[in-house]
Ligand binder design. Structure first.
Ligand code: URP
Ligand code: ZN
Ligand code: ZN
Ligand code: ZN
Length: 515
């Protein structure tokens, strides 16, 4: 019996423990984990030299080849990374699976959800270096479209939908959200909510326009933290009233973290995501004298202070945050569409944020940044790092234990890091990255580690010593997902405790008879 690959001398880190050991891989799956497998025969042997071996990253939030990626004024922008460049960048940064958005267009009532999904499969099939799945963005929850929800998991392997509370071309009102999440609940779909108060943003935007304050920094002023706090609170209430587990995406402010933690403390099934940009960058990045600030325009915006960053790191440490995703949403500075529009066409001295597409790239830098600024600084244990970047994402979105785990039978998706004493601290530059974007917002940060090898289903797809992507385009597969592991447990809990929205929907008093 010959194994395909042996990984020896690893410090194997999972979501719950860290131990020295070897891993044997056969047919793309983890076959055995033991203290010493060095006597086994294998076609290839990789010596981890005592470095951490973690599950491959799972990025729960990426905009890849997405039509009409939301922009400040609802222009139809398309990001610069398709499945080829986006997935190439992903594996070079240790992420072996990402979830991208398949977006329903509000103005295309003739398109069924099946049509939307088929369209994104066309874009992805044969083009990806890593595994991927889809979330659906629901912008027009008509009864016909909601009637398609029961087939999303069995027929399409899609178990999550994203709903927006803001952006005129995407937003749902509370009534529409209630309909959508109650339908989602019945079929085990997890709603993800972009929580910002659309009217607060509209009001502030108009005031800023009157004052001709249109530079990139004013974009952040148009979307104050309170707009996020209010919408976060409202999303929690809507979730509670329907007893639906939800995930709050890209949480940027400690005020939201406090509201989420309070809800979790009451036992509500509220999950939350943050992103490296909100943990590492402040809105001083938007205050450049030239147009550089456009690079960091995203929604919700970067927040003002070190206290904001600290509050988010706290939320990562204490478990309020379930996952850290990239929100990879890349636009080039130098192209006709994209960030550069604001520079070239606005005629305004600081550019015009209303024309700047929202979002920053980050699929490749997510894992190394959180390893560097989380694990290496001691802010996060290695186990918490694995939870936030891989295992919890797999559990939350119905990919576990195939993805996000190092156990026999799981996909052999692994990252082998550098032994700390073998990695020379490196200043991050965009030239190091593999996306099609012409900048990174994290330029100049000093990295203290990087994935040395990324392994996807047993194949080495990234080899940092060679400095190259060794995987092949088209090797990446669509992964069909099940209901959220977290939500499943919540529903089980409800069935046992009999709390499941009975009080709201089926009052237990005897109804008067109207015969
Ligand atoms: O600015 C951002 N984050 N753009 C992407 C769209 C979104 O809402 O995630
Ligand atoms: Zn369209
Ligand atoms: Zn969003
Ligand atoms: Zn996003």
């Amino acid at each position: 019996f010959e194994f395909d690959t042996l990984i020896i001398n690893g410090k194997i880190a999972t979501a719950s423990e860290c131990f020295n050991g070897d891993i044997a891989i056969k047919d793309g799956k983890i076959f055995a984990i033991a203290p010493d497998l060095k006597s086994l025969k294998a076609k290839s042997v990789i010596d981890a030299e005592g470095a951490y071996v973690t599950p491959g990253g799972v990025d729960g939030h990426t905009h890849i080849d997405q039509e009409n990626t939301p922009g400040a004024k609802d222009y139809a922008y398309r990001g610069c990374d398709g499945f080829e460049s986006g997935s190439r960048s992903s594996i070079a940064g240790g992420t072996t699976t990402f979830l991208a958005f398949a977006m329903q267009h509000k103005h295309r009532r003739d398109h069924t959800l099946s049509d939307v999904i088929a369209h994104y499969h066309d874009l992805a099939t044969g083009n990806s270096y890593c595994d991927y799945g889809f979330h659906l963005i629901i912008t027009d929850p008509t009864p016909e479209r909601l009637a398609e929800f029961p087939k999303l998991i069995p027929d399409f392997g899609i178990s999550s939908v994203k709903l927006y509370m803001t952006y005129d071309s995407l937003k749902l009102n509370d009534y529409e959200i209630l309909h959508t999440i109650s339908t989602a609940r019945k079929v085990g779909i997890t709603p993800m909510i972009h929580a910002e108060n659309v009217d607060i943003i509209a009001f502030f935007s108009e005031e800023l326009e009157k004052l001709d304050l249109l530079d990139p920094y004013s974009h952040a002023r148009s979307r104050p933290a309170l707009a996020e706090h209010e919408a976060t609170n409202r999303a929690i209430v809507l979730s509670e009233v329907m007893n639906v587990p939800i995930l709050l995406v890209h949480v940027s402010s400690p005020g939201s973290v406090q509201r989420i933690r309070k809800a979790q403390g009451k036992g509500l099934p509220i999950y939350a995501e943050t992103c490296p940009q909100y943990l590492l960058l402040t809105d001083s990045r938007l205050q450049h004298p030239n147009y550089e600030g456009a690079k960091c325009v995203c929604s919700p915006p970067l927040r003002p202070s070190k206290e904001d960053l600290d509050g988010l790191w706290n939320g990562c440490r204490n478990g309020t945050f379930t996952i850290i995703s990239s929100d990879h949403c890349p636009f080039r500075m130098d192209s006709d569409i994209g960030k550069a529009v604001a520079i070239k066409d606005s005629g305004k001295p600081g550019g015009d944020w209303r024309l700047i597409p929202n979002g920053i790239p980050g699929i490749e830098t997510r894992m190394p940044l959180i390893f560097t600024f989380g694990v290496c600084t001691g802010r996060l244990s290695i186990e918490r790092f694995v939870q936030l970047t891989s295992t919890n994402t797999a559990k939350l979105y119905g990919l576990y234990p195939k993805k996000g785990s190092i156990i026999p039978g799981a996909d052999a998706d692994l990252v082998i890091w550098y032994p700390q004493d073998k990695y020379k601290p490196t200043v991050l530059t965009n030239e190091m990255l593999h996306h099609d974007c012409d900048y990174t917002a994290f330029e100049g940060l000093e990295m203290l580690n990087w994935p040395r090898f990324t392994i996807l289903r047993g194949q080495v797809v990234w080899d940092a010593d060679k400095g190259e992507v060794t995987g092949t385009k088209g090797y990446g597969e669509f992964v069909s997902r099940e209901p959220s592991w977290f939500a499943k447990n919540q529903i089980l809990f409800d069935n046992i405790t009999q709390t499941a929205w009975k009080n709201e929907w089926r009052p237990e008093f005897d109804r008067p008879s109207f015969k």
